[in-house]
Design a protein around this ligand. Structure first.
Ligand code: ACO
Length: 170
């Protein structure tokens, strides 16, 4: 797992991972904005594969493949006046699920929010039907539902607005 600045060249692959796994998609410049503004908060999970090409000579490539990411930021104008982080997007490729990758990505981002930005809490939105993500946030990471936001998503599905206290990490 690495923070974004060292993987700037992988942002298009992060974008592909997002498009593959979620209906909420963003322009590449939005990933760049996160990476440049809050470089400590977003992380990618990569696996390194070796492949060889047969030609006149054998060539070995050691290329990283993005299998997950967390895209995170600090809320720029918090309505409650309290410094807090926000998870913009999280996903892990199907081939690499239930290995603890999302939990690690989330914990790394949360720690960086607390240590680098003195974030009081972290917030996020999740679809009410997304049982896997809900289990992760509520049961594994200890998030609580703050409220339900009606028709939050473009297809009119409701969102749980969730948050988790980060002050124990200060
Ligand atoms: N069903 C039930 N519980 C689950 C599931 C599942 N399918 N997946 C994860 N969990 C819970 C479990 O408690 C799990 O612990 P366990 O494996 O010891 O039982 C815990 O979460 C940690 O699981 P991880 O292995 O860390 O999760 P994973 O790497 O598989 O990623 C994720 C979970 C991100 C939800 C993945 O399924 C995914 O990418 N889904 C599609 C995209 C998505 O829904 N992203 C979140 C949208 S909300 C947002 O972006 C703010």
């Amino acid at each position: 797992l690495s923070s974004f600045p060292s993987y700037m060249n992988l942002l298009p692959a992060v974008q592909t991972c997002n498009i593959t796994n979620l209906p909420e998609n963003y322009f590449l410049k939005y990933y760049l904005y996160h990476a440049l503004t809050w470089p400590q908060l977003s992380f990618v999970a990569v696996v390194r594969s070796r492949t060889s090409k047969n030609g006149t000579r054998q060539v070995d490539y050691d290329y990283p493949k993005v299998v997950g990411y967390v895209l995170a930021k600090m809320e720029e104008e918090p309505s409650d006046g309290v410094a807090h982080g926000h998870i913009t997007s999280l996903s892990v490729m199907r081939t690499h699920r239930r290995l603890g990758i999302a939990e690690r990505l989330m914990r790394m981002s949360q720690r960086a929010m607390a240590e680098s930005h003195r974030a009081h809490y972290v917030s996020l939105h999740v679809r009410v039907s997304n049982t896997a993500a809900l289990r992760l946030y509520r049961d594994t990471l200890g998030f609580e539902v703050e409220k339900i936001e009606s028709k939050y998503y473009a297809d009119d599905e409701d969102a749980y607005a969730m948050r988790h206290d980060l002050t124990p990490l200060w």
